[in-house]
Design a protein. Structure first.
Length: 290
């Protein structure tokens, strides 16, 4: 259903406002580079600092620009179930292929609460839902047992796993079955994630190096892990550099160096330190992008 390299798209800004023309150009560029799908308005898309109206505008713009050529998995998460319902229903209305829904952050629900939250979102629309499990940000970890319970629902189709635990891929496959879509949410371990049974990555670095990461994912899906490892070695310094500070800030800076978009971010995030910029420039050079 969903596989390969899917950038967690940045949201371009210009003078504090959405830069929709640049966003459309990025969609075209990515498709030309071999990107397999888009995930707008996740954390990398600066969802915490977008208004509801901006959130929906970005989703609609990306869906229209992609025009069915590749799937769009719309960011639709919130720690408020009513708010998440709004975003899931909007994603369905504008024609997104699926909704990405993060485990509720800050209010720390129980596993029982997670089941109730995701069941409500499943029942509010007819669009597939991909669970986003990222304990480092949400401070709650959806267990494989809980995920297996949710996987019984027909439109809970997969997970973006950002636990960093490669054993979790096997545990989830055993609990949820081989058809449950497992996508990595961590660039540095995406190669190993696929070897354990994953089928792709929702990637921050793919904002910067979409062709290389699409090639790596294609090699993994073909079972050619030697070729995939060669590519991983090329992009590993870039992965590390981009995540020296918050990943979206690093990605936007790298993109600005390639002339793709501004490096502008919204507070409380700030521009990069000079030392981090040097690391990213070195990573771009190592990957053959500069």
């Amino acid at each position: 259903m969903f596989k390969g390299s899917m950038p967690a798209l940045v949201t371009p800004f210009r003078n504090g406002a959405l830069d929709l023309e640049t966003l459309k150009k990025l969609v075209e560029w990515h498709i030309g580079e071999g990107t397999n799908g888009f995930v707008p308005v996740g954390t990398t898309g600066e969802s915490p600092t977008l208004t509801h109206e901006e959130h929906e505008t970005v989703i609609d713009t990306v869906v229209r620009a992609a025009a069915g050529r590749v799937p769009v998995i719309a960011g639709a998460g919130s720690n408020n179930t009513v708010e998440a319902i709004r975003f899931v229903q909007f994603a369905e209305k504008v024609g997104a292929a699926a909704a990405l829904v993060v485990t509720p952050y800050y209010n720390k629900p129980t596993q029982r609460g997670l089941i109730a939250h995701f069941t409500a979102l499943h029942d509010c629309a007819d669009i597939p839902i991909v669970i986003y499990n990222i304990p480092g940000r949400s401070v709650v970890d959806m267990t494989p047992t809980t995920m297996a319970e949710l996987a019984k629902l027909p439109r809970i189709v997969g997970v973006k796993d950002a636990t960093g635990d490669l054993a979790r891929v096997c545990e989830t496959r055993m609990a949820c079955g081989p058809d449950f879509v497992q996508l990595s949410g961590e660039d540095a371990t995406a190669h190993g994630f696929n070897a354990q049974g994953g089928v792709g990555c929702i990637s921050v670095t793919a904002n910067v190096a979409p062709k290389l990461l699409a090639q790596m994912q294609a090699a993994c899906l073909a079972g050619d892990y030697a070729t995939a490892l060669e590519i991983q070695d090329k992009v590993m310094p870039l992965h590390k550099a981009i995540f020296t500070e918050p990943g979206l800030v690093g990605a936007k800076y790298a993109m600005s160096q390639l002339g793709l978009c501004s490096d502008e971010v919204r507070l409380p995030l700030t521009g990069l330190a000079d030392e981090t910029k040097a690391l990213i420039n070195a990573g771009l050079t190592h990957a053959g992008l500069m």
